[in-house]
Design a protein around this ligand. Structure first.
Ligand SMILES: Cc1ncc(COP(=O)(O)O)c(C=O)c1O
Length: 373
């Protein structure tokens, strides 16, 4: 078998339009956050997801941190986060001096278990951060019902779910705030970058001020409270504007890749895919699967290794937060995250990945699962 050229898990798409707009920033000298692409990107993004306001920032982590700060989450407060997520979700809570309370995750959807979430609500609960993990929407209507009468803010972590919808509404528009990431491997990428969305004008103003050192917009160098510099540059925003123009095309292509993977792997015993809740239209951020074979030699580690030997990269799921030092929690309900985490793998998914490459990857997986290699 001839070895194919190396296939990474993800690869950013840049495109000619982004280059054109970035060159304009460089040629005109508008490289800081003061340029016009920042406002344009925010307006177009808000329109795209259907939110009243969008505020750009330096990363998805910065978005989560600012959302919590703007909601005055601090020492003594608890924030419920899923046990399976990228650690930024919980780190942002710790950086505010609050306590992340870890919620169990469903083995079918890979997202927050809402029954467990309800059991974790206490008088100290200030916010809940549902994560639409691997592009899969959380049942937001059920979650909003839990929070309804309790004055609990909902911060949607949409880092992996831009373009996903629930009953035709974009993720990030259900809760109090939506937070997005534009890291290089994300659905829309500005290299590093992030966005917050909200329909609350006062909250949007507060986020904007906090993003800019807490400085009064009316009185330069006057600070009503302490903030940070989380401003996005005009260069990043220019890339964002160009990417947003192509986002629907990107999303369709990712869906095509998902359907092809599923079609080619659906008959392979021991491979399962995530389930979605009613009304949800997930986005295929990364083609992720679970391997649940009765043959112990067929596991994520050996599959990852086999793919690597054949020049294909893959990415295991996140480690459960409850096992890691900053978030340690030995609650029994969290044990099932270990099984999920140890059985999950993401396969190459990016703009530019060819159908033939997906076919080759699926052939490799089928060979691995059905023969004694
Ligand atoms: C679920 C989730 N939340 C938050 C983040 C943080 O985003 P960023 O890397 O832009 O800080 C990421 C990804 O990196 C993520 O996957």
């Amino acid at each position: 078998m001839i070895k194919m050229p190396f296939i990474p898990v993800s690869q950013p798409f840049i495109g000619e339009r982004a280059k054109e707009l970035v060159n304009e920033c460089l040629d005109t000298g508008w490289i800081s956050s003061q340029g016009t692409y920042v406002g344009l990107f925010e307006r177009e993004f808000a329109k795209y997801v259907g939110a009243s306001f969008a505020i750009s920032v330096t990363s998805g982590t910065a978005a989560l941190h600012l959302a919590l700060m703007a909601l005055e989450v601090g020492p003594g407060d608890e924030v419920i986060v899923p046990d399976l997520t990228f650690a930024a979700t919980a780190n942002a809570v710790l950086l505010c001096g609050a306590r992340p309370v870890l919620c169990a995750v469903e083995s079918a959807t890979w997202t927050m278990d809402l029954r467990d979430c309800e059991s974790l609500i206490s008088p100290k609960t200030k916010a809940i951060i549902p994560v639409h993990l691997y592009g899969n929407p959380v049942d937001m209507n059920a979650l909003l019902k839990l929070a309804e009468s309790r004055e609990i803010a909902i911060i949607e972590d949409c880092a992996e779910s831009l373009g996903a919808t629930l009953n035709e509404e974009h993720m990030g528009t259900f809760g109090t705030v939506g937070c997005y990431s534009f890291f290089a491997n994300k659905l829309l990428s500005t290299g590093e970058g992030g966005m917050l969305t909200t329909n609350d004008a006062q909250l949007a103003d507060r986020i904007r001020v906090l993003r800019d050192h807490g400085m009064s917009p009316e009185k330069r160098y006057w600070h009503e409270f302490a903030g940070l510099n989380y401003r996005m540059t005009n260069i990043q925003a220019a890339i964002g504007v160009a990417q947003l123009e192509l986002l629907d095309e990107f999303t369709s292509l990712r869906t095509h890749q998902e359907l092809l993977y599923k079609d080619l792997l659906s008959g392979v015993e021991g491979i399962i895919f995530k389930k979605e809740v009613d009304g949800a239209k997930p986005v295929n951020w990364l083609m992720s699967l679970r391997l649940v074979s009765t043959d112990e030699s067929k596991n994520i580690k050996t599959l990852h290794q086999w793919l690597r030997e054949n020049n294909v990269d893959s990415r295991p799921f996140f480690f459960p937060l409850h096992e890691q030092p900053p978030y340690f929690d030995n609650r029994e309900a969290l044990k099932s995250t270990n099984i999920l985490s140890q059985s999950g793998l993401s396969l190459p998914t990016f703009i530019g990945l060819k159908d033939e490459q997906i076919e080759q990857i699926c052939q490799l997986i089928t060979r691995f699962m059905t023969t004694n290699i």
